[in-house]
Design a protein around this ligand. Structure first.
Ligand code: NDP
Length: 329
């Protein structure tokens, strides 16, 4: 029997259990490409899967981990051959398909993209799903016709993974970035990523008015709930907010006032099922546009055996920036 090391979530009558164990290679799911994983990352969704706080995992046993970089070991897909460096995020990895916290994955070649030029494997996972989602948000704002000369851009959950990359990306192309956070002690960190102003998240936490003073033309929201409602109520005429997260809650207690009286747009962003062409565009733009020093400043690295503890920390909002998980050297 050939096995590899993995974090495995099991379920039995007494509930869900999670730990590191040897996983039988014969239990890998269908796919035409086998990848030896070098790095994965820790995303909010991974925290939800590990802690069982939300029903992210759809089959058991499950190996969590929604994104990875690695090297093709075997392939019957014409686009990939052994030795190719590849990146994968989403498509149900770690939810419905055995995921990335493992030395090995077997997946559909259509889910993979080549490691973008100019990025090391570690840098690609420092970006990870969070960073690629931040770029999808910025691209959605641009498709809406918004440019930095229209006024400030707000980023909520700014110290988190998506937030940190969004601050750096938006500032990098010239936006005046207002970073909203519950961690004022991280002001210097956020300014180092390019934030021009820090806003205490408590200002966006209470019940929102239908319309409030116009403060920003664009935004990336990772928090949802009352925070997004307040952000919308303060968006300038003709502005737009890209919404990708629910760190503060799944609900959205708003009114139609910003939409029908200020022509504000709410742009939904999903990274999991995004088409391949959009992924390739997003990843290659990040590779070109994200300042590598700022990326390094927001990144920490942990071994596989620290993931369970870090998964609990991320759902409690205690992780700063991006966490790379080192799987193989
Ligand atoms: P992180 O935990 O790294 O960041 C979330 C941040 O949100 C925290 O750091 C904190 O920022 C803020 N926050 C946490 N709890 C609350 C709260 N109760 N009220 C207000 N703010 C809060 O997670 P990620 O960056 O990995 O993900 C952010 C969100 O985006 C998640 O909801 C995730 O599921 C979603 N996401 C969605 C994707 C998609 O495809 N649509 C892809 C990737 C992520 P601070 O300390 O600065 O206040």
């Amino acid at each position: 029997m050939s096995t590899f090391k993995a974090i495995v979530i099991d379920r039995n009558e007494s509930g869900q259990s999670v730990g590191i164990r040897a996983f039988d290679e014969a239990e890998l799911m269908d796919g035409d490409v086998t990848v030896r994983v070098s790095h994965s990352t820790l995303n909010y969704k991974d925290g939800l899967a590990i802690t069982g706080k939300a029903p992210v995992v759809r089959r058991f046993p499950m190996i969590p981990g929604v994104d990875l970089v690695g090297t093709v070991e075997a392939s019957s897909n014409p686009e990939y051959k052994p030795g190719d460096a590849v990146v994968l995020n989403g498509w149900g990895l770690g939810e419905t398909h055995l995921g990335a916290y493992a030395e090995k994955v077997r997946v559909k070649g259509d889910w993979l993209i080549p490691l973008p030029q100019g990025l090391s494997p570690l840098q690609a996972m420092a970006i990870g799903t969070a960073g690629y989602t931040a770029m999808l948000c910025m691209m959605a704002l641009e498709r809406h016709g918004l440019r930095p000369d229209r006024g400030p851009a707000i980023v909520t959950g700014a110290v988190g993974g998506v937030g940190s990359v969004a601050v750096a990306l938006l500032a990098g192309v010239g936006w005046h970035v207002i970073a909203s956070t519950g961690r004022p002690e991280e002001a210097d960190y956020l300014k180092g990523l390019g934030a021009a102003e820090i806003l205490d998240r408590s200002e966006l936490a209470g019940p929102s008015r239908p319309l409030a003073k116009e403060r920003w033309a664009a935004g990336v929201d990772t928090v949802g709930s009352a925070t997004l409602a307040n952000v919308l109520s303060m968006t300038k005429y003709g502005g737009a907010i890209a919404a990708c997260g629910l760190a503060g809650g799944m609900d959205l207690p708003t009114t139609v006032a910003p939409f029908i009286l200020r022509n504000v747009a709410l742009l939904g962003v999903d990274s999991v099922m995004a088409p391949k062409s959009l992924r390739i565009e997003a990843w290659s733009r990040i590779a070109r546009e994200l300042d590598h020093d700022r990326l390094a400043a927001m990144t920490s690295t942990i071994p596989l055996d620290r993931v369970l503890e870090a998964g609990r920390e991320i759902v409690e909002g205690r992780i700063r920036g991006r966490v790379v998980v080192e799987i193989a050297g």
